[in-house]
Design a protein around this ligand. Structure first.
Ligand code: 5AD
Ligand code: SF4
Length: 429
């Protein structure tokens, strides 16, 4: 979400005549887009603010700090850092270029961090910068109405607001017309999409409209909440020709006791039943997840339940994080009683287990032919491209720039825990 916000800000500034500077030291305008999901990201953002060059050849650059950190620490950033001119919450990024001009004209330093509701919120759409892009993001909703006890998002991004389906369909089509092949629908809680809209739209209906009314080749979304994984959404996985057979379904913990304290509103069994119903419909669906270790009161026994759930689901990948208390959240009031060493040790055990599972999954693809969307040059070396299978697995293969944007048939020859290698047969479409 933040990455996409950065893209949107950059595109807006480019449209306004700005050009990208090589370094922050050369820039007339420096924008630092921040994240505060975990304590580490917050500290990183604050230390980066301190490192922004304060003047440019004797002339002061305009400094804007945007994003989630701002939503709960806006005024204090302005106080602490005299070189910051403006602080903009996530709902004010559309006004960045205009506000930068005001700051340049010598207006007072200011903070804007309130949230817009449906009546006055306009979802800024992606403006392409003229470079060929294979993948695009489309925001379908913003904010979150849940109250997971560890999570700062409802405070930093506000309440849920859904964007109109027609606007979303138009944007997907616009991106497809510009050459984008794959779209990722974005929202904090995508599958509760439609709440508050008066036309009875739901997330599954939106997916159907995109499937029927757009020419995009591939469709993905992130992130859904397990409680909203409805039978209608499972059915879309079966019906849709565009929706990729992958779901990122954050579980957070495998212990029902911990899930309750997290206020996730599902138990381990309910989560497993949802996974089972999706697997029954789409047997080889790839499932990835987010996990928090060391939540207050997490006993060794709870952690073992998380490990056993990871094995039982057989995740393709998981992203795991050590719990950190976030200001204003319910869990910030619980004693953060798991020592850092124990959190780290659980994290390592979980990540080792996941690497083992991912490697086995990836090895099972060797010898198969996969449809890979070529995304661009690979970090593996010159003459190599990288892309993804419909299941979201990364594949590196020999290829030149002419193949970027094509969906290729690739025979998988080699596998590691994190990626595959293969040989291209030629484009299929
Ligand atoms: N501590 C650790 N991890 C967190 N996440 C969210 N809040 C916290 C926190 N306070 C993780 C969750 C979420 C992911 C984006 O970040 O796993 O799904
Ligand atoms: Fe945070 Fe996701 Fe829970 Fe919303 S559903 S409060 S974004 S973890």
């Amino acid at each position: 979400m933040n990455e996409h916000d950065s893209q949107k800000m950059e595109a807006m500034l480019v449209k306004d005549g700005y050009v990208r500077a090589a370094t922050a030291g050369e820039a007339d305008l420096v924008v630092l887009n921040t994240c505060s999901i975990r304590e580490k990201s917050y500290h990183k953002a604050v230390s980066q603010i301190g490192r922004i060059p304060k003047d440019r050849e004797g002339r002061k650059a305009i400094v804007a700090v945007t994003g989630c950190v701002v939503s709960h620490a806006g005024e204090s950033i302005l106080k602490k850092f005299p070189h910051v001119d403006m602080v903009l919450g996530p709902d004010h990024i559309a006004a960045l270029a205009e506000l930068a001009k005001k700051a340049e004209a010598g207006q007072e330093r200011f903070v804007r961090m309130d949230f817009s509701d449906l009546s006055d919120y306009e979802f800024p759409s992606q403006i392409l910068t003229g470079q060929k892009q294979v993948k695009g993001y489309v925001t379908i909703m913003k904010g979150c109405d849940n109250a997971c006890s560890f999570c700062i998002v409802p405070f930093t991004r506000g309440a849920e607001v859904s964007r109109s389906a027609s606007e979303i369909v138009d944007e997907v089509n616009r991106l497809a017309d510009e050459g984008v092949r794959e779209v990722m629908l974005l929202g904090q809680n995508v599958n509760s999409y439609g709440k508050g809209l008066r036309d009875g739209m739901s997330f599954s209906k939106l997916l159907r409209r995109i499937d029927e009314e757009t020419s995009i080749a591939r469709l993905r979304f992130t992130s859904p909440h397990p409680k909203d994984l409805s039978p209608a959404l499972v059915e879309e996985y079966v019906r849709s020709r565009k929706l990729c057979p992958h779901i990122h379904l954050p579980v957070q913990s495998g212990s029902s006791r911990v899930l309750k304290k997290m206020r996730r509103s599902y138990t381990r069994d309910v989560y497993l039943k949802k996974v089972e119903s999706l697997r029954r419909a789409v047997p080889d669906v790839a499932i990835t997840t987010d996990i928090i270790v060391g939540f207050p009161g997490e006993a060794e026994e709870d952690f073992e339940k998380t490990q056993s759930l990871v094995r039982e689901v057989g995740y393709d990948a998981s992203y795991s994080f050590a719990y950190s208390p976030r200001p204003g959240t319910e869990a910030a009031g619980f004693p953060d009683d798991i020592p850092p060493g124990v959190k780290q040790e659980r994290l390592t055990r979980l990540q080792d287990l996941q690497a083992e599972l991912s490697l086995a999954k990836n090895r099972s693809r060797i010898g198969r032919v996969e449809e890979v969307l070529a995304e661009g040059p690979s970090l593996e070396g010159l003459g190599q491209l990288t892309g993804r299978t419909p299941h979201g697995r990364i594949v590196n293969f020999d290829g030149g720039p002419e193949s970027v944007g094509a969906i290729l048939k690739i025979e998988i020859t080699c596998a590691s825990a994190y990626s595959l290698k293969g040989e291209a047969f030629g484009p299929i479409h």
